[in-house]
Design a binder for this molecule. Structure first.
Ligand code: ZN
Length: 218
């Protein structure tokens, strides 16, 4: 078990199990080592159970014919030589053109997946923001280690994890609703969860599916 400990200006100790299988322990500055170490030890069973639930990352070689996940469906990668590096989706095929053997195929695929995710996120936000009477200030997509999204309640800026691009749209939708819901209720309070159930009665099931789905980008 890889434990990463950091001291910060927090009131309580907390443990976060990240999708890359590292365990992040955030410790109040004044807490003695023996105290937090004992606490982590007491939560070992929970940490191990959480680690066991994380699907291993898929290993990809980005070769012709390789099958990837995109928005919950299977997409076959077709790689061809061409004058420029690019990648686009055509039905259930990702058509990748590479200039040379040195072209960064992983980066090309990541950029293409980000574009597909961006279109889905835009649609979902356009659909949900008016229904929830919130006013988000746009979104960005980036690689995130332990979360699926974040929301700056002061500015309304949203961030989403690139890895959502491989997940079914129903799962992405639950993350969008979660982040928009923070514009109504900033903390994960009972009110927050009651609102989630109001917007999406099956949000817990969607979250379970999201966590269990194969992962490609971290
Ligand atoms: Zn949240």
């Amino acid at each position: 078990m890889k434990i990463q400990a950091e001291r910060r200006d927090v009131r309580h100790l907390y443990i976060r199990v990240r999708r890359d299988r590292t365990v992040l322990v955030t410790i109040p500055r004044a807490m003695p080592d023996a105290v937090w170490q004992q606490f982590v030890e007491s939560r070992r069973a929970w940490i191990e159970a959480s680690l066991a639930k994380i699907p291993p990352p898929a290993q990809y070689a980005y070769t012709d014919g390789e099958v990837h996940w995109l928005l919950g469906r299977r997409v076959t990668l077709r790689v061809q030589k061409g004058g420029e590096n690019r990648c686009r989706i055509d039905g259930d095929t990702a058509v990748m053109t590479v200039r040379s053997a040195h072209s960064d195929r992983a980066a090309l695929l990541g950029a293409c997946w980000a574009q597909e995710l961006s279109a889905v996120l835009s649609d979902l936000i356009v659909q949900w923001a008016p229904r929830m009477a919130v006013h988000p200030a746009g979104f960005t997509i980036r690689r995130m280690k332990s979360r699926w999204g974040s929301c700056q309640t002061r500015t309304g800026a949203l961030t989403f994890a690139l890895d959502l691009a491989v997940k079914p749209v129903a799962c992405i939708e639950s993350v969008v609703v979660h982040e928009l819901n923070h514009l109504i209720e900033p903390s994960h309070s009972p009110r927050f969860h009651a609102l989630m159930t109001h917007w999406l009665p099956d949000w817990k099931e969607r979250k379970r599916r999201l966590e269990a789905f194969p992962r490609e980008f971290s």
